[in-house]
Design a protein around this ligand. Structure first.
Ligand SMILES: Nc1nc2c(c(=O)[nH]1)N[C@H]1C(S)=C(S)[C@@H](COP(=O)(O)OP(=O)(O)OC[C@H]3O[C@@H](n4cnc5c(N)ncnc54)[C@H](O)[C@@H]3O)O[C@H]1N2
Ligand code: MOO
Length: 411
């Protein structure tokens, strides 16, 4: 049998760009805005209304004409939030006004109630008038005006973006449909969580970890496995994942006799796009694609290494960016912060590394245990620290690129 030509591992950025270019674009759906949390806008958000639609008071007090300062005035009515004053203010008149209430016609000034005294309908200035007189007025369109572009395509909808879309008049927003992700644990040594273990077994922790990482995105996860190290079993697992937009496997991606993800992919007719990336941990990462009848876009299969830290790091660098790209994110890749080291960082090796670390808000400490098979360090880390291949030793205080991890550390 001819061995496949062995390409050198791809540089990280090249591998990420190739994977993102394969991301299946999902059909667009119009979802109720209040239910679109975590989705990405599939079109720019444009205001359909003006906010505020009319000038409002920002404080509780009295609306009046600044030309009449320093008073006195006669209070002729009230403007409360949702209940505007119907008339027009004439010279010498004032209207009781509350925060968020419409400015009456003719008024151009709000006097704080703390700066005046009222006796029946008589109102007198006791403090300092506002400077400028319009200080406590929110003009019409202060926030946005109808037709204003508010958010670009690819913006993630969090709480504030949902508030803006609702305020801008969008009861529904265009977003992709939810993504279908299949996560396959593979390895003869794996047992499902909760099962009694023999000494040669370990709990299958990667699948739940990867599903949890995807949970913040609009993704429905199908968990498969643990699947034994047999070609037919892996091919059957891949077959049961045929409806998924994206399949993520963990384990069996390396060069051992029982590393069968690659042959299984070939057995189910997938095309391997690339295998191996020059990063540590995570080198044996595998990317393939398969087309199927009735499928608009080929399914992407991402084979992550089995070592838990390798799976965790590659899920941050590849799985989440792939999911975000498929969901229409403008910026699918994570961006680093640059933070000072609390300790010297030893020289780099032959691959770009992602060390498990802890940022305490001031500086970054590297975890003493960097074995890619260790789970405790990924659970206490709140950041990944990037060290370039061949980097010289970096002294304490040097700024290094770090990637913050959600739910990281003991916080
Ligand atoms: N001769 C070589 N050996 C290895 C190489 C190499 O280049 N030459 N690469 C090493 C690197 S780097 C990595 S990373 C690992 C990855 O191997 P696999 O992706 O084939 O993973 P497995 O061998 O199946 O498992 C590795 C390790 O992880 C544990 N594991 C697997 N799945 C899970 C899971 N779902 N939950 C928890 N733990 C899991 C598994 O028990 C093993 O301990 O290969 C090196 N070898
Ligand atoms: O690249 Mo492997 O992921 O070092 O352990």
């Amino acid at each position: 049998m001819n061995a496949p030509p062995r390409q050198p591992p791809l540089p990280l950025e090249q591998a990420q760009a190739r994977l993102i270019a394969l991301a299946p674009r999902l059909p667009i759906d119009h979802r109720a805005t209040a239910e679109a949390l975590g989705h990405y806008l599939a079109a720019p958000l444009v205001a359909t209304r003006t906010q505020p639609a009319t000038a409002l008071s920002a404080m509780d007090g009295y609306a009046l004409r600044s030309a009449d300062l320093p008073g006195p005035w006669t209070v002729v009515g009230e403007s409360a939030a949702g209940h505007p004053f119907a008339g027009t203010i004439a010279p010498g008149q004032a209207v009781r006004i509350s925060t968020g209430a419409a400015m009456p016609a003719g008024a151009d000034c709000v006097l704080l109630q703390e700066d005046c005294a009222r006796d029946g309908a008589a109102l007198a200035l006791t403090g300092t008038p506002p400077q400028p007189p319009s200080r406590h007025i929110r003009p019409a369109g202060m926030d946005f005006a109808a037709q204003d572009p508010l958010l670009p395509t690819g913006t993630r909808l969090g709480a504030a973006q949902i508030a803006l879309a609702i305020a801008a008049g969008h009861g529904h927003v265009p977003v992709c449909r939810r993504l279908r992700l299949a996560v396959i644990d593979s390895g003869d040594e794996l047992a499902s969580a909760g099962h009694a273990l023999q000494s040669h077994q370990i709990p299958a922790s990667n699948g739940p970890m990867l599903a949890a990482m995807a949970a913040a995105l609009p993704v429905d996860v199908q968990r498969i496995g643990p699947v034994p190290d047999r070609l037919d079993a892996l091919a059957a697992a891949l077959d049961s994942a045929r409806e998924a937009d994206i399949v993520v496997t963990s384990g069996g991606a390396s060069v051992g006799d029982h590393d069968l993800v690659r042959p299984a992919l070939e057995a189910v007719g997938a095309r391997i796009d690339f295998w191996r990336v020059a990063i540590k941990p995570g080198k044996p990462l595998l990317v393939g694609q398969r087309s199927a009848e009735g499928r608009a876009a080929p399914q992407v299969i991402l084979g992550l290494p089995g070592n838990p830290a390798s799976a965790y790091v590659t899920a941050h660098l590849f799985m989440l960016p792939l999911l975000r790209a498929a969901l229409g994110a403008a910026q699918p890749l994570p961006s680093p912060l640059h933070m000072p080291l609390a300790q010297p960082m030893p020289a780099g090796g032959g691959r770009t590394e992602f060390l498990r670390g802890h940022w305490d808000g001031v500086s970054v400490t590297l975890d003493p245990l960097q074995d890619s098979g260790a789970i405790a360090p990924i659970a206490r880390a709140n950041c990944l620290v990037q060290r370039e291949a061949g980097a010289a030793m970096q002294p304490e205080g040097s700024k290094v690129p770090i990637y913050l991890l959600e739910f990281g550390g003991f916080a």
